[in-house]
Design a binder for this molecule. Structure first.
Ligand code: GTP
Ligand code: ZN
Length: 337
């Protein structure tokens, strides 16, 4: 196993310089427990703690390692070690923890990093009652602010009469993001996902509870075990509701992040993050008469014009305004804190 198999790239090599002679090892966080982390290094898996002095220096939660992070570890005896530094993240996946901290009675925005250095996110949505285009829009915005790429999986096609219609609806808003119809219960379909797996590439699944993330993950793990001829593992019953995040290295190449259902989806980012997920509206906005047009009642608004012409869906515009408000008020809260 090489560092590259675990996602190491020149981006991280460039950050290693100060520690070249330290004897510390680059390590990827594969699991975080309350007081320790499991990391992978070229010397195998280690159980490590966060050095006290960094813990003291770390100003906010953002500076604490999370699953997917690369850290510098001082190895110790007994497969243990100490984390001395956190390498800058290539991408990070955050949410806002609203109302967790108060400053002078005011709610303060607090960023919680959930996962780091994810390259690709499968946004999973069920084609049963769960389907909600506005939620997909929200997930697309969230992934876009993380710096990762996205793929939309519309799962449970067997429970839907006209899956193609939903696919077309999502393609209308997804820009360059690929959209696939999917049936997690059908093993033959997993190939669609394996096509995205590559050595060193970290993939995460995102979607509300019950959309089929665990089913997909178990399917992929099962298939992987068959591919490498491994005996089915002790947890052969299949895993149920996931309770922690961890990275799973596929011996045939690629890393999958097991991610618990994200129920609270509070965005973290700023209004610029909508540029990608709402490229259609942003493009129209370039033709508005006023550069600070809010696309509400202003004259010469190209967005309102598209709405009247029926080329822009009104619900999509409502969703845009809502997400924009949310991101703007988050920026205000951040500036206060
Ligand atoms: N009919 C049908 N059911 C599916 C499909 N994929 C998953 N399911 C079922 O949907 C239910 C929820 O699936 P899970 O894989 O547990 O969903 P999850 O997203 O991991 O949920 P959390 O762990 O709560 O986040 C299970 O009963 C699955 O068997 C599918 O393609 N078709
Ligand atoms: Zn406008």
């Amino acid at each position: 196993m090489t560092l590259e198999d675990w996602g190491w790239t020149p981006f991280f090599t460039a950050q290693m310089k100060p520690w070249k002679k330290s004897g510390w090892l680059p390590a990827r966080v594969i699991r975080g427990e309350k007081n320790y982390f499991r990391v992978w290094t070229l010397q195998g898996e280690l159980t490590v703690r966060f050095a006290g002095k960094i813990r003291h220096k770390a100003g906010s939660r953002v500076d604490f390692p999370v699953v997917g992070d690369w850290v510098m570890v001082e190895p110790q005896s007994g497969q243990r070690g100490i984390i001395h530094a956190l390498l800058t993240r290539k991408s990070s996946f955050s949410r806002n923890l609203p109302g967790r901290r108060k400053t002078k009675g005011q709610e303060r925005a607090e960023q919680q990093v959930i996962a780091a250095n994810v390259d690709l996110v499968f946004i999973v949505s069920g084609l049963d009652r769960d389907f909600n285009i506005r939620r997909i829009e929200r997930y697309l915005t969230l992934v876009s602010s993380s710096g990762a790429d996205a793929v939309v999986l519309l799962n449970k096609t067997d429970l839907c009469e006209s899956p193609e219609k939903y696919k077309a609806q999502v393609e209308e808003i997804s820009g360059n993001t690929p959209v696939h119809l999917f049936m997690a219960r059908h093993p033959g379909q997993l190939e669609i996902l394996f096509n995205y797996m590559q050595p060193g590439k970290t993939i995460a699944l995102l979607g509300s509870s019950g959309v089929g993330k665990s089913t997909i993950l178990n399917g992929m793990l099962g298939e992987e075990r068959q591919k490498i001829g491994a005996v089915s593992q002790a947890d052969g019953k299949g895993r149920h509701t996931t309770t922690h995040r961890e990275l799973i290295l596929f011996p045939t190449g690629g890393i999958l992040m097991d991610n618990p259902g994200m129920r609270e989806l509070h965005l973290w980012g700023n209004a610029d993050d909508l540029t990608e997920s709402f490229a259609d509206i942003e493009t129209l906005a370039a033709d508005c008469k006023f550069s600070d047009c809010q696309h509400k009642t202003e004259p010469g608004c190209a967005v309102t014009k598209a709405l009247e012409a029926g080329t822009l869906n009104s619900e999509r515009l409502v969703s845009y305004h809502k997400l924009k408000n949310e991101l703007q008020s988050l920026t205000q809260q951040k500036n206060k804190s």
